[in-house]
Design a protein around this ligand. Structure first.
Ligand code: BGC
Length: 764
């Protein structure tokens, strides 16, 4: 059961949220969890990673490809579709172990009897361009069936249309739909081949659809297979139509079962690197696995030119843009389980450095100011008016694009984490060092020297809490700027000692500065908001404590329109202490060793009741830090809320008439962070793995594999003991420590047992 997600009835009201819940994908494309007969109105979509288009003046967004798995049934002249006919029975199911989607629908045949329709499909993890499906019908009375199947080119778009010059044709038994995108003129091609396992078919064709009619005998099972392939002009050399056609021919030759086996083998291997077992909590087990599943179906395994957008590959919401969500909320999962994907994610930032340089220059700064909403080129897709006022209908000026400067520090943080976790410092030579230094240069030009207070300050920023824009000295941002400067210096040291020649060459590009000397000056003089000696509280930004003290229920009672924006110039929260999402508390997690448990606890307790969790990036951080302060049961409800966000669909789907739903990969990554970094307490600083478990009261143990510095380990964490097993093939030993006990080395093939003197949740 803990591998299966299921709905056992059909509910029209769940069509859109089920489209998210039942997502499949393989990093190249996402296939929404819609049913075979669904089209654009039900938000059916095959969203392509990294392929963007702008139609007219509308927001630039990813391109959805024509749906090569479209299928509808007609029985004795009546269309059978859950949209038009109430089914007698209906199941929709996702096997997250091997990413296979299934549906089974039973319809009444108008003249008597029943028809059972099944369809299974997957986006191949072994052949990333291929989608495959196996479908059957069986009826209890003889009837005449027409299967309408092929490619649906009427794609769902938010700011489209993106596909022009659409062509549809039949060639060698293959259906082809092709088009070009409007802005970049990129060809997009989809091919489809259906193989019917029975005879007596009458065939007719219309556009990219074929109609197959046959007389079905009661009790017989009629089976057919569909193979679809998608290629675009961004793929390898060759015409996308030809590549797509060859791919479906090759898929059909292999056959469905062989394709499925290959797909399963890849999934088995993926799970073997990350599956996390929770003993004592079946609901948490499924939700955590599901969160990891959502991350794996959108992970770029084969490209370093794309990263993971804030809504994954579940459509075009948020312009398909990549935010800080990736580095701060998703990267940790990949760093512990799939360093190859982690590297691709960081390479994406290296490839988009020029966009970040252009943005810095546009604002008159030096270095690299990364896009708040990044697409293919790294130029910022975020507009200056990113939210519509529900009262006036007018666009509101927002300060996400120009002031969330922490994005550049988040990128640097991600790159350095990658180096620490993998030991693969080649990333620095492949462009990582340039990114780090350019971001440090950006902050050097952004910082303000306050001659009265004799310190550098970071003014006019928006921190993670977007309800308070244009603030000064946001504690989170200042701490991240400090980290960027430290990393810039460490990066120079590392390169100088290990790769002196490359270092000299790279260094030359920065002569004329500002460079290391200036970074040091800024670092030494940078102001960091510190805990108040009496209350231990860290002020989120200058004068935050002067804002109106109001409870969340009181603020909610002031809402006039349920979709009104709480931030901005006259937002409800702007003048109050209510924050959108974890801000100071996230900083406490990132720099955990710089703060005492008392400081963490005081700030958690202060900010928690004042946080609206208006972003899905928030709850996981409160769960994580609750565990870090030894109070996992405070964090558990936040963990479950995060881990189930895409299962329950309990998140905003619309603001006004704007669809903002989709999957929530940052929350998926956050759920993993809360469970593994928080409750299991796995904390790696690049040298030693410290295990500080704080298990929720009904969890007996957590068991998981991790990949650290190229070595594979399996960890079993219980309340009183931690068992570490190192794979025999590891090349070196790694140090592990638990709760203040001295670190011990765990060599290749060794098993290490660390006894925990105190009960796991009692101390930290
Ligand atoms: C959050 C941001 C986040 C973005 C995309 C916003 O609501 O406030 O922190 O990056 O959504 O997930």
């Amino acid at each position: 059961m803990s591998w299966t997600v299921r709905d056992s009835s059909f509910d029209k009201a769940r069509i859109i949220t089920n489209g998210n819940k039942y997502m499949t994908g393989n990093g190249y494309m996402g296939y929404r969890g819609t049913l075979e007969e669904f089209g654009r109105d039900q938000l059916a979509a095959v969203t392509l990673a990294g392929v963007y288009d702008q139609a007219g003046e509308r927001w630039r967004e990813p391109v959805n490809a024509p749906n090569g798995l479209y299928t509808a049934l007609v029985c004795n002249g009546q269309r059978l579709s859950v949209l038009e006919t109430e089914p007698l029975d209906h199941k929709q199911e996702l096997d997250i172990r091997s990413a296979v989607h299934r549906r089974e629908t039973v319809y009444r045949i108008p003249e008597g009897g029943e028809l059972i329709y099944t369809a299974e499909r997957f986006a191949s993890m072994a052949e990333l361009h291929v989608l495959a499906s196996r479908q059957t019908v069986k009826c209890t009375a003889d009837c005449r069936i027409t299967i309408e199947t092929g490619i649906d080119s009427e794609v769902w778009d938010i700011n489209g249309p993106h596909l022009q010059d659409k062509q549809e044709m039949f060639k060698n038994g293959v259906l082809l739909a092709s088009a070009v995108t409007g802005e970049l003129q990129l060809p997009v091609a989809v091919a489809e081949l259906s193989v019917f396992g029975f005879g007596g078919l009458k065939l007719s064709k219309a556009g990219a659809l074929r109609r197959v009619t046959f007389d079905a005998k009661a009790g017989e099972i009629y089976e057919w297979f569909k193979y679809a392939a998608v290629y675009t002009g961004l793929d390898m050399e060759g015409a996308p139509e030809e590549l797509a056609e060859q791919a479906v021919q090759a898929a059909a030759e292999k056959g469905y079962r062989e394709l499925l086996q290959a797909h399963r083998r890849v999934w088995e291997e993926r799970w073997s690197r990350c599956d996390c077992l929770i003993e004592g909590d079946a609901a948490a087990q499924l939700a955590l696995r599901y969160s990891m599943y959502q991350l794996m179906i959108i992970a770029p395994t084969a490209s370093e030119k794309v990263s993971i957008p804030a809504r994954g590959l579940s459509g075009q919401v948020y312009k398909g843009a990549v935010f800080w969500d990736t580095e701060m909320f998703m990267l940790p999962f990949f760093l512990h389980s799939d360093p190859g994907v982690a590297r691709n994610l960081m390479m994406y930032r290296i490839h988009t450095l020029d966009g970040a340089r252009r943005k810095a220059a546009e604002y008159g700064y030096l270095g690299a100011f990364y896009a708040w909403e990044s697409q293919d080129s790294g130029d910022d897709a975020c507009t200056l008016f990113n939210v519509n006022d529900v009262f006036t209908g007018r666009p509101m000026r927002t300060y996400f694009r120009d002031e969330q400067v922490h994005i550049s520090a988040d990128v640097v943080h991600g790159i350095w984490q990658y180096i620490q976790f993998t030991g693969d410092d080649s990333l620095l030579l492949d462009g990582g060092a340039g990114v780090i230094w350019e971001c440090a240069r950006f902050f050097y030009s952004y910082a303000y020297y306050n001659p009265v207070k004799e310190r550098y300050e970071i003014l006019d920023v928006t921190g993670p809490d977007e309800y308070h824009e244009r603030v000064n000295n946001n504690a989170f941002t200042n701490a991240l700027v400090k980290e960027t400067l430290e990393i810039a210096l460490s990066c120079a040291e590392l390169l100088e000692s290990r790769y002196p020649e490359s270092y000299r060459e790279l260094h030359r590009q920065f002569t004329g500065g500002p460079f290391l000397t200036e970074f040091r000056t800024l670092l030494e003089g940078l102001y960091l908001p510190r805990p108040d000696p009496d209350t231990l509280l860290i002020e989120q930004f200058d004068r935050y404590f002067q804002l109106e003290e109001v409870t969340l229920p009181e603020l909610r009672s002031r809402v006039i329109n349920k979709n009104e924006y709480w931030g901005g110039g006259n937002g409800l929260a702007t003048t109050t202490r209510i924050l959108k999402q974890a801000d100071v508390v996230l900083m406490l997690h990132l720099f955990k060793s710089a703060f005492t448990k008392e400081v963490k606890q005081a700030n958690w307790e202060f900010y928690e009741p004042r946080t609206e969790h208006g972003s899905s990036l928030s709850a996981c951080i409160y769960a994580l830090v609750a565990a870090e302060i030894g109070s996992p049961d405070w964090g558990y409800p936040y963990f479950m809320r995060t881990a189930t966000v895409d299962l329950t669909g309990e998140s905003k789907q619309y603001v006004g008439d704007l669809y903002i739903g989709g999957t929530h990969p940052a929350a998926n990554g956050g759920a993993w962070m809360a469970a593994v970094l928080g409750f299991a307490g796995v904390q790696f600083d690049g040298a030693t793995v410290c295990l500080k478990p704080a298990l929720p009261k009904h969890w007996q143990s957590v068991e998981l594999p991790v990949t650290l510095r190229g070595g594979q380990y399996s960890l079993r964490v219980t309340r009183d003991e931690i068992v570490i097993t190192a794979a025999a093939g590891n090349r070196e030993a790694l140090a592990f420590a638990g709760f203040g006990s001295p670190a011990e080395l765990c060599g290749p093939g060794a098993e290490l047992r660390l006894r925990l003197a105190e009960p796991a949740a009692a101390e930290n």
